[in-house]
Write a protein of this length. Structure first.
Length: 67
């Protein structure tokens, strides 16, 4: 991540449909639960913050997440 922040972002980006998602739980700097209202995705590991999404777009891989 470009900056380490423990505060919740305004929204997350669903990687299945690349839509902003406003329905999520945020704990200790990461997503604990999220649901995409656009495509129904509820796998929290596939949601990224805007910063993470930018890093993903730059790197073209998921490796930076460490999962
Ligand atoms: Zn989605």
């Amino acid at each position: 991540m470009a900056r380490a922040s423990l505060s919740a972002p305004d929204y997350l980006i669903c990687c299945d449909c690349e839509s902003p998602c406003y329905v999520f739980e945020w704990q200790e700097g990461e997503v604990s639960e999220a649901i995409c209202e656009t495509c129904g995705n509820d796998d929290e590991t596939t949601f990224l913050t805007e910063d993470q999404y930018d890093a993903y777009a730059d790197s073209g891989s998921w490796n930076y997440r460490g999962r």
